[in-house]
Design a protein around this ligand. Structure first.
Ligand SMILES: Cc1cc2nc3c(=O)[nH]c(=O)nc-3n(C[C@H](O)[C@H](O)[C@H](O)COP(=O)(O)OP(=O)(O)OC[C@H]3O[C@@H](n4cnc5c(N)ncnc54)[C@H](O)[C@@H]3O)c2cc1C
Length: 484
């Protein structure tokens, strides 16, 4: 099969090869990259459609069966789909949002497709959808890795131990893959698809009605006052970050009161923004004053040598360390660890040390209800839980403390793991992400090293209230949460 040389051929994987066949359109099954800009899968589908002399058709399948997704996640996603509808319409590309089982819907639409293009999936549910579609359609199915800067299988072919083992590999490939996404405009008029009986497009103009019809968990409150989904909102927030807070990112990234972070993770999770775009934007940031420093080169962006430097280069490096190294490490974990959502997948040394301390006296034991009500005796922890419940987000430094405390408040580490993961995925807009599994694992020592032995934690890294008081303005954070 002939891949475009412009769009790195190794971003594309053939899931089913049926060669070239006639059809009415090239179907792009949008799922994990819910955006019109900087989307390799969309551009690939448009390019292949042009080669075939066909229009592209974009399909999104709205299912209410996605595990752990609830009303706050769905609203955020539907807001994003409104932007997708508007963006595709502006580019003259037909968009269908249909309600139902994704596999059935894609198979139905694939009958008249010359080929189906989708994005590479990293987690089990969307991976199994792709396998089922591949087994049932009679045209080619191709997946494109568009939600990582360096595609997951290029970065590494095995489960990595830690950031230090993945970083050199990312450094090697970063300059090659950190390139703008080539854009293609459709050359044929939209397909004007006739839908089979019983299939109705979802009316994205009325999100409340759509939400009311979905059979989903409605218990966690919506987070509308704090977060709105979509490419436009991601862009607005990105501008604020790049123009203001980015300049203190390296210095204040661990200071929850300052909120000197991007808050891009919910947008990255739903694919409302591309990590590539974030990296390219950050690399371009300059100072307007005369003392403008040397730009950070692509070769130096990941784990480069530090030298006589100014803050700007440090901010860039610190941000790319999170966006590229830590985020890709999480994707590496879910790609190569089939049981990524289970305690048993954690490294043996961490499970051993935690088990050997399972009998240690806990400072307190709290049940799930007390935790969800943010009603523990720890005001710092309660503030973090309140931020999570109200806003769907929490600062990284507080996420670390939040998880480490739960480990001390449950009778055994395996139960703690299940509680942390369940709360993480229920309340965070960015939950149910590769980052969720890798970082909940980190609470228990994943991707970390042994530390001096302590009660309950064994040699797994601890975090304490005294540490928070020493390292950040934790009282300021508590006051800030009180005002939410
Ligand atoms: C217990 C725990 C649970 C977490 N659960 C999630 C989760 O469910 N979903 C999620 O996306 N992140 C999770 N994280 C990682 C991290 O806290 C968030 O990605 C980050 O706080 C998001 O804020 P931001 O976008 O402002 O990050 P920024 O500091 O602005 O960083 C930019 C981007 O880099 C990536 N990034 C930052 N920190 C990390 C990290 N530690 N690991 C991997 N990627 C990172 C994110 O994609 C982030 O959007 C968790 C961390 C911990 C300790």
């Amino acid at each position: 099969m002939n891949h475009t040389p412009e769009l790195h051929a190794d971003r594309v994987e053939i899931l089913k090869d049926k060669g070239r066949r006639a059809g009415r359109y090239v179907l792009y099954w949008m799922q994990g990259a819910q955006r019109v800009e900087d989307n390799h899968a969309l551009e690939y589908a448009v390019q292949r459609a042009n080669e075939h002399g066909l229009p592209p058709l974009v399909l999104f399948c709205l299912t209410d069966g996605y595990p752990e997704a609830n009303r706050r996640h769905y609203r955020f996603m539907l807001e994003g789909l409104q932007d997708v509808a508007a963006g595709l319409s502006a580019r003259g590309i037909e968009f269908l949002c249909l309600s139902g089982d994704p596999v059935e819907l894609v198979v139905e639409l694939a009958h008249r497709a010359a080929m189906v293009v989708t994005e590479r999936a990293y987690l089990q549910v969307p991976k199994s959808w792709r396998e089922q579609v591949a087994a049932r359609i009679s045209c080619s199915l191709l997946s494109v890795d568009t939600n990582l800067i360096v595609p997951v299988h290029i970065a590494s072919r095995k489960r990595e131990y830690a950031a230090r083992t993945l970083r050199p590999r990312l450094r090697e490939h970063f300059a090659q893959y950190c390139r703008p996404v080539p854009r293609h405009e459709p050359q044929q008029a939209p397909a004007a698809v006739k839908l089979a009986r019983g299939l109705e497009p979802v009316d994205l103009r009325h999100i409340d009605t759509v939400l009311d019809r979905l059979r989903i968990d409605r218990t966690p409150s919506e987070v509308t006052p704090y977060f709105r989904g979509g490419e436009q909102e991601a862009e607005r927030r990105l501008r604020i970050f790049l123009n203001r807070t980015f300049f203190s990112y390296a210095g204040f990234r661990n200071e929850p009161r300052k909120q000197a972070v991007s808050a891009m993770s919910p947008y990255l999770h739903f694919g409302h923004v591309s990590p590539l775009r974030l990296a390219l934007e950050v690399l371009q940031v300059t100072r307007t004053d005369a003392s403008a420093p040397r730009q950070l080169t692509l070769e130096d962006a990941i784990g480069g040598e530090r030298g006589p430097d100014d803050g700007l280069r440090e901010n860039k490096r610190a941000f790319l360390e999170e966006l590229c190294v830590r985020r890709e490490l999480a994707h590496n974990y879910v790609e190569y660890e089939p049981h990524y959502d289970r305690y048993s997948a954690l490294p043996e040394w961490t499970r051993q040390t935690l088990t050997s301390h399972a009998g240690d006296v806990r400072p307190a034991i709290y049940d799930l209800q007390t935790l969800e009500a943010a009603a523990t005796d720890d005001d710092y922890w309660n503030a973090a839980m309140t931020e999570m419940v109200k806003t769907g987000f929490m600062h990284n430094y507080m996420r670390m403390y939040w998880g480490k405390r739960i480990l001390t408040w449950t009778t055994d580490p395996e139960q703690a793991y299940e509680i942390i993961l369940a709360l993480n995925n229920k309340y965070f807009l960015d939950g149910r992400d590769p980052n969720s599994y890798a970082n909940v694992g980190w609470i228990f020592g994943l991707h970390d090293r042994p530390w001096p032995e302590r009660a309950v934690f064994g040699t797994v890294r601890t975090m304490s209230a005294a540490g928070l008081e020493r390292k950040c303005d934790i009282s300021g954070y508590v006051r800030w949460v009180d005002q939410l």
